[in-house]
Design a protein around this ligand. Structure first.
Ligand code: CP
Ligand code: NVA
Length: 304
């Protein structure tokens, strides 16, 4: 039987993504649904980067499904290079039922999945963060209804992992994704071409006002992702015109929502009045990691 990995949004048919999200909404209404589905099952969580939300939401989610999780960091398990990744995959497959992996190079994730005989879930790589975007879509749907026909604006780093997973999401839903990023930090041309070929409606500009004008949702993320700390000063300078502040939010629809995957750096990519203000739905977004990932784990295990 094929192992059901969950590595990226664009790798699955639209009906699978919509099914996972429908189950996630159900799980949010009643956390006890499927409460014994994972009885006797173990999730191994491997973190090569820090985490609060991903770590806690997977752990609590597994617990709510009646299962158990083990938290591993790369240093503790001697995961030192890509050569040790296949062996970790083989060994963990003999003990556990699921693996969640947060790593740097996306190739480490795909290598782990290639050698694992149990499902592997992407808990963030340098390239993508699909579980985050499932939670984002849920939060948007709760506050503003279906994504169809909506404008989703991104201001900041167009190569950011969350932004790339939104590009992948645009292949599944008929919304317009407007990305504002400085020239060198705009999304990779190959990613855009593939997404557009699959039907995604994406516009890229270097003008944050043009991207946000009339938007139903404004998104951003840190300008300095994990692993980019050495370039912090230069990146803050480059991205400063892309800050989401109240002047930029005024360009969006009056009822536009603001989202950010967190952790946020107030005064950098977003101002306090926006992220802590009435248009911000970041706490629903954060909560939804729990429900979305429970649905992903159930899908990987063939329960839903
Ligand atoms: N949004 C997110 O993935 O948060 P953590 O880095 O805290 O897991
Ligand atoms: N782009 C950020 C997301 C954190 C959840 C990072 O990779 O650090």
């Amino acid at each position: 039987m094929t192992v059901k990995h969950f590595l990226d949004l664009h790798e699955h048919p639209t009906d699978v993504i919509k099914h996972i999200l429908a189950v996630a909404h159900t799980l949010k209404r009643d956390r006890s649904v499927h409460k014994t589905a994972m009885a006797g099952k173990t999730l191994a969580m491997i973190f090569e980067k820090p985490s609060l939300r991903t770590r806690v939401s997977f752990d609590v989610g597994m617990n709510q499904l009646g299962g158990h999780s083990i938290m591993l960091t790369s240093g503790e398990i001697q995961l030192k290079s890509d050569t040790s990744v296949p062996d970790a995959a083989r060994a963990l497959s003999r003990y556990c039922d699921l693996i969640m992996f947060r790593t740097f190079a996306h190739s480490y994730l795909t290598t782990l999945a290639e050698h694992a005989t149990i499902p592997v879930i992407n808990g963030l790589t340098n390239d993508t963060h699909p579980c985050q975007v499932l939670a984002d879509i849920m939060a948007f749907e709760e506050h503003r209804g279906p994504l169809d026909g909506k404008i989703i604006a991104w201001s900041g780093d167009g190569k950011d992992n969350v932004c790339t997973s939104w590009i992948h999401a645009a292949m599944h839903y008929p919304f317009v994704l407007k990305i504002a990023a400085p020239g060198a930090h705009q999304p990779d041309a190959n990613i855009l071409t593939a997404a557009r070929k699959a039907g995604a409606q994406i516009e890229v500009t270097d003008d944050p006002i043009a991207a946000v004008r009339g938007a139903d949702c404004v998104l951003t993320d840190t300008w300095v992702s994990m692993g980019q700390e050495a370039d912090m000063v230069a990146r803050r300078e480059t991205f400063s015109p892309y800050q989401v502040n109240s002047a930029l939010m005024k360009q969006a629809k009056a009822d536009a929502v603001f989202m950010h995957c967190l952790p946020a750096y107030r005064g950098q990519e977003v101002t306090r009045d926006v992220i802590d203000g009435p248009q911000s739905i970041v706490w629903d977004e954060a909560e939804n990691r729990l429900h979305a990932q429970k649905a992903v784990m159930l899908w990987c295990m063939g329960v839903i």
